[in-house]
Design a protein around this ligand. Structure first.
Ligand SMILES: NC(=O)c1ccc[n+]([C@@H]2O[C@H](COP(=O)([O-])OP(=O)(O)OC[C@H]3O[C@@H](n4cnc5c(N)ncnc54)[C@H](OP(=O)(O)O)[C@@H]3O)[C@@H](O)[C@H]2O)c1
Length: 224
């Protein structure tokens, strides 16, 4: 069945905004979700998404409200793009435990919370797809990025578990793992950009709409 609606977390700027715009261009009704309402409002005003919901992916209550608002306004959620993320940097012995926990909460627990609210509907309808925006940091180690690396390795693990768990229900899970993308997040680092958000969005759209069901569990690496 052709997906009609999607939720894109972190859809206020960067890769998430580009994904929302690309999915809207393919005819889906898209909800964008992030903490900064002003950025989300601009995305909707530009016609790149149909609905904005403000909240934090690490909050169970906010994520429950996200699905409630999405279903009330746009209908059942056929596609979830777990894109919201934060980069927490610092050597292990200099990293505050609270910063480590924040990275895990946003980059890993957030996708888990979002998946667990959309999955009952997808499983009942026996259709749906989840695309997790991981990173090339999901398969390697980077000095002073332990909290980010650990969360993204975990996100890839979650993706592969979801693929196994959901195969009997006709629901797929895939990861897209970009290298250096020209966004606000990359500008926190010294890495040079290798590609634009629109380049990654094309791969996310491929994973979400065009890749065959047998691709479930795949990690699509995007080096630019
Ligand atoms: N840029 C790169 O080079 C690169 C490479 C590999 C992977 N990635 C991944 O790509 C994804 C998007 O990153 P980006 O580069 O586009 O970064 P970005 O420009 O900083 O955008 C991040 C988005 O996530 C949202 N977000 C952050 N924390 C959130 C929270 N707790 N709850 C809800 N939304 C939250 C942000 O909005 P608010 O701050 O308003 O909440 C924003 O909309 C991330 O998962 C990142 O790890 C990026």
């Amino acid at each position: 069945m052709r997906p009609a609606t999607a939720i894109v977390t972190g859809g206020g700027r960067g890769i998430g905004e580009a994904v929302a715009r690309a999915l809207t261009a393919r005819g889906l009704a898209v909800t964008v979700f992030a903490r900064t309402g002003a950025e989300l409002a601009q995305v909707v005003a530009r016609g790149e998404a149909a609905l904005a919901v403000t909240g934090d992916v690490s909050s169970e209550a906010d994520v429950a409200r996200l699905l409630h608002e999405h279903e009330r306004r746009l209908g059942p959620c056929d596609l979830l793009v777990n894109n919201a993320g934060v980069l927490v940097r610092g050597a292990v012995d200099a990293l505050a435990p609270a910063e480590w926990r924040r990275s895990l909460e946003v980059n890993l627990t957030g996708p888990f919370l979002c998946a667990r609210v959309v999955l009952p509907g997808m499983k009942a309808r026996r259709t749906g797809r989840i695309v997790n925006v991981a990173s090339i940091s999901a398969t390697l180690g980077t000095a002073e990025a332990s909290a980010y690396n650990a969360a993204k390795w975990g996100l890839l693990g979650l993706t592969r578990c979801l693929a196994e768990e959901l195969r009997p229900f006709g629901v797929q899970a895939m990861a897209v793992s970009p290298g250096s993308v020209d966004t606000a997040m990359l500008r926190q680092t010294t890495f040079a950009p290798q590609m634009l958000p629109d380049d990654v969005a094309k791969v996310v759209v491929f994973a979400a709409l065009d890749a065959p069901d047998a691709s479930t569990g795949a990690n699509l690496e995007v080096y630019g």
